[in-house]
Design a binder for this molecule. Sequence first.
Ligand code: IMP
Ligand code: MG
Length: 173
Amino acid sequence: MDKMEILIDEEKLQSRIKEIAREIKKDYQDEEVVFCSVLKGAVFFTVDLMKNYTGPCLLDCVRVSSYEGENSTGKITLKLPLKKENIEGKNIIIVEDIVDTGRTLKYLVEYLQEFNPKSVKTCALLDKKARRTVEFNADYVGFPIDDLFVIGYGLDYDEKYRNFPYVAYIKNN
Ligand code: IMP
Ligand code: MG
């Protein structure tokens, strides 16, 4: 088992997620939004965010991949595309687990524009600002974090540890 330490416990995660749900509701009021979850990492976050969201909303999913182990391959592959009829004319909020280099969300925002949404915003649970290689800022951010490799609450290391109810980081020594 890799050595790890808890970075954000379950209570902190859940209370911040409730706040984000309220922030989003304040912005959209009674307008419908589509939470577009970036599989697989954002699944846990999306579920808790939507459970706390009190406005009209729909769920959609997209799947991209760029990572192998701890390293981004740099190339983004679309593994599960979206359908135009689910996006056109709608307020989309892309829900992501973490912004790292910024490439995934930048790519997805551009990809979504092809389907003529009414609006597109992004919501990331974690933000590793120090690792950005492209200019990108998410509209809603749960927690800014240091440059650590994190796991749990949907985030994986080679597909492992997604099930932890907290966010932890892998210790190198
Ligand atoms: P970006 O395109 O470099 O911003 O990478 C975003 C994606 O990389 C996220 O959706 C995650 O799947 C993955 N990722 C980035 N940092 C971590 C990490 O610390 N742990 C697990 N996955 C990560
Ligand atoms: Mg991801």
